[in-house]
Design a protein around this ligand. Structure first.
Ligand code: GRF
Length: 187
């Protein structure tokens, strides 16, 4: 059984966590080890509790890396889903090559510091791109810079706004994350 831990952010909706956990639940080769967030009241953790998933709270601050390592113990893969901080290097060293992230654009374009949430889709629209999509990539020491595992694309039409594009991309994200995880975890 491949044990997957999912790290969520404090403000995210948790829709990728939900999609991933639901798809994991329907595949008997995988199981959700734990869903980790930094605040009990994070909406994504509320969603995880509603799905009856194991939840761990690891607040940011002193000894964050050690406490995160403790919560992750027994995980085979780590999926970031709305996690906004740089992933701690001490944890990355232990799980090197087994930490994934999903980004709502076609990296290497529209990635890096400040490129999150609606900022990404607004930048794509402003640049008059004809396509966008999502990228699942390995996590490295820098924001959005690890090697790409999988991308899914959608058209950006002249009628698209940042909001309509965000909806299209989110739908793709939900279809892509587990596919990418299976690709690397099952070989
Ligand atoms: C997603 O757009 C993901 O690509 C990015 O953060 C967002 C999280 O959304 N890393 P949700 O909380 O999963 O709905």
């Amino acid at each position: 059984m491949i044990r997957v831990s999912i790290l969520v952010g404090s403000h995210g909706r948790g829709s990728n966590m939900r999609a991933l956990a639901t798809q994991i639940a329907s595949d008997d080769r995988f199981t959700v080890h734990t869903v980790i967030g930094s605040k009990h009241e994070a909406p994504a953790l509320e969603t995880a509790r509603n799905l009856v998933l194991p939840v761990s709270i690891v607040p940011f601050g002193q000894e964050y890396s050690d406490r995160l390592l403790h919560a992750l113990q027994g995980s085979d893969w780590i999926c970031l889903a709305g996690y906004m901080k740089l992933f701690p290097i001490e944890v990355l060293e232990v799980y090197k090559g087994r930490v994934l992230n999903i980004h709502p654009a076609l990296l290497p374009k529209f990635g890096g510091r400040g490129m999150y949430g609606m900022n990404v889709h607004e930048a794509v629209i402003a640049a008059k791109e004809s396509e966008s999509g999502c990228t699942v990539h390995y996590v490295s020491e820098e924001y959005d810079e690890g090697a790409t595992i999988c991308q899914a694309r959608c058209e950006v039409t002249p009628e698209d706004t940042a909001e309509t594009l965000a909806e299209k991309v989110l739908r793709l994200e939900h279809e892509t994350y587990f596919m990418a995880l299976k690709k690397v975890a099952l070989g």
